[in-house]
Design a protein around this ligand. Sequence first.
Ligand code: AMP
Length: 135
Amino acid sequence: MTIFSKILAGEIPCHRVYEDAHVLAFLDIGPLSEGHLLVIPKEAKAQLHELSDESAAAIGRVLPRLARAVMSATGCTAYNVLQNNGAMAHQAVMHVHFHIIPKIGSAGLGVGWNAGKLDATHAGELVARMKAALA
Ligand code: AMP
């Protein structure tokens, strides 16, 4: 059982901002900036690709509204939405969660973006493999 399941079960407290049948949003206990919000499905799945369409749709429906609330409450005009999957990708809590992180001056998410260059031949192969996986 993850710490987020315990929050959902009411076993440990959180600073709750929003709740509906499928989604809970609460303040991150270790904020990168003021207003750092976590949005989680009630469905207990570790990573995004495991999530049901129903939970995914419910989160997608409320993310923009929650982003507007974060902007309104903090006055921020820039923010990042971050969703980590796997310990290698910086996931610490193995229950799907979306971070909404205001960028306020130097506070907020620091991003390392080591861009490469897309090779056209390899791109074609990748697209074919992804399409096959989606079929
Ligand atoms: P991640 O690295 O994407 O797994 O992020 C996990 C996040 O959960 C971190 O930003 C933590 O500060 C946050 N967190 C962990 N425990 C709690 C808690 N009890 N209440 C609120 N946020 C938490």
